[in-house]
Write a protein that binds this ligand. Structure first.
Ligand code: NAD
Length: 466
């Protein structure tokens, strides 16, 4: 097979055992270099690149791109030694004369494919897990944020040899070529649609996959909720990064009795956050490109055509890839805003009378990456939690589950396969190898052929008592 990346792949394949045998200290040293590059060497370049890519405010870059990777490195640094130790397990009596443990060994040559919405965080975050586990890695960042992709390549080239970690730039053709190679693991973050293509390609080599996907994450606000607080958190979750967040609240279900008050609070909080016109606010970002701006404009137009009520915003400036913070209610179910993942600063609002309607609605859709409930009613929260399925859930907040490294992060079915962050990310890039050591002759020898009546009696006893 003539593959443009074969040579690179082979060099990593050859190096995988040397790298896999690296000590805890050697791995930490590399992670520390990456941390230094983010904290000091390349911080300003990262900020400028993300501003060029989609006017990401510097503070948001520090908080949502640089900080999560640094804190992931710190988390791993404190725990990696323990994770790398053989984990002893008990042995049943029939295995007398042996001991057992399992150990995390690196999977080998890994591919990380990342999206554009948090391009640094979602490329280097999984990289930290992969390196901690002792793998070689090829990174394929998104082509839609080329400035930061270039800076990431510079950072990687300054720390790693190509047979350890290498950035491959490119779009569909390049990723398709990479996907033909027999990687030991693929970690993909992106849309469910492309996730299916990745899984199909991986199936050819029975390569394991982690798929961090997206979808429509529901938010529920019931009558008992603190409306001011709920509106503030929902507005932040929906409008930070202009709604281009996999775990942002996609749509909101509000109890009909509090609809007007909730909308009033949303209007107030949006003007507090971004002033009278978000377009002139230094705290509000842009949509990544003209294609995605056009996609969101079409959603808003479709909502208007179907007599939806624009409660807030609905403005755009296509030349600037600007879409204002927007809330739209009274949408019929066929509205595209209720059918597709929005991935932008537009919040459809639905009303409900009984919580069971909400649960049925959510369960009629693919399983979401996140589910958010604003309520003070414990039994209502318990009911929703017990009768729905989601990758993660927050009560009285949103998005923040991403930043707790002690929690597994990922979806379920259509929203993803496998988990990231902390120990869970490390496990994703590791093979849990079982080891059984025989140190005396053991009971099994009593059962070796030829099978005699006495041995049959021993088996009968074993089945009955052990
Ligand atoms: P995408 O699926 O279009 O692209 C992701 C990556 O796949 C990019 O690197 C891209 O170059 C590559 N790609 C695109 N088309 C391809 C093809 N035909 N064959 C092979 N590779 C291809 O996703 P996106 O637009 O970059 O990101 C948005 C999506 O990502 C949303 O659905 C969002 O919810 C999801 N997302 C999920 C998470 C998570 O952690 N679960 C985080 C961020 C984004």
């Amino acid at each position: 097979m003539n593959n443009q990346y074969q040579e690179l792949f082979d060099s990593q394949k050859e190096n995988q055992y040397a790298l896999g045998n690296s000590t805890f200290r050697e791995r930490i040293e590399k992670l520390e270099k990456l941390k230094q590059a983010l904290e000091h060497g390349y911080k300003q370049q990262i900020r400028e690149a993300l501003y060029k890519d989609f006017k990401k405010p510097h503070l948001e870059t520090d908080l949502t791109e640089i900080y999560p990777v640094i804190s992931e490195i710190k988390f791993v640094k404190q725990r990696l030694k323990g994770w790398l130790k053989p984990q002893k397990v008990k042995s049943p009596l029939v295995l007398v004369g042996s001991s057992s443990y399992y150990v995390y060994e690196p999977k080998g040559v890994c591919l990380i494919i990342s999206p554009w919405n948090f391009p640094l965080n979602l490329t280097f975050g999984p990289l930290v897990s992969a390196l901690a586990a002792g793998n070689t890695v090829i990174l394929k960042p998104s082509e839609l944020t080329p400035h930061i992709a270039r800076v990431m390549e510079d950072i990687i080239t300054s720390i790693f040899k190509p047979n350890e970690v290498k950035v491959v730039q490119g779009a569909v053709a390049e990723t398709t070529a990479l996907l033909q190679l027999p990687f030991n693991h693929i970690f993909f973050t992106g849309s469910p649609q492309i996730g299916k293509l990745v899984m199909q390609a991986a199936a050819k080599h029975l390569t394991s996959v982690t798929l961090e996907l997206g979808g429509k994450s529901p938010t529920i606000v019931d009558k008992s909720a603190d409306l001011k607080e709920a509106a503030k958190r929902i507005a932040w979750g929906k409008f930070v990064n202009s709604g281009q967040i996999c775990v942002s609240p996609d749509y909101v279900f509000v109890h009909e009795a509090i609809k007007a008050d909730f909308i009033k609070e949303m209007k107030l909080v949006v003007s507090e956050f971004y002033g009278a016109n978000a377009e002139t606010s230094a705290s509000y970002g842009r949509i990544v490109n003209a294609k995605h701006t056009g996609r969101l404009q079409k959603h808003i137009q479709n909502a208007k055509d179907l007599q939806g009520t624009v409660e807030l915003g609905g403005h755009f400036n296509a030349d600037e890839n600007y879409i204002s913070p927007t809330v739209i209610s009274n949408l019929p179910e066929e509205a595209t805003l209720l059918q597709e993942e929005i991935f932008g600063p537009v919040l459809p609002l639905k009303v409900f009378k009984e919580i069971s309607e909400v649960v049925s609605y959510i369960n009629s859709k693919p399983r979401p990456l996140a589910l958010y409930i604003y309520s003070k009613n414990k039994s209502q929260i318990k009911y929703i939690s017990a009768n729905t399925r989601a990758g993660s859930m927050c009560v009285n907040t949103n998005v923040l589950q991403y930043s707790n490294h002690n929690l597994p992060f990922g979806g379920v079915n259509n929203s993803g396969i496998g988990k990231a962050h902390g120990l869970f990310g490390f496990q994703e890039f590791s093979n849990r190898k079982s080891v059984l050591k025989q140190f005396t002759r053991g009971s099994i020898e009593l059962l070796f052929p030829p099978y005699t009546d006495l041995k049959q009696k021993l088996v009968d006893l074993t089945l009955k008592w052990f």
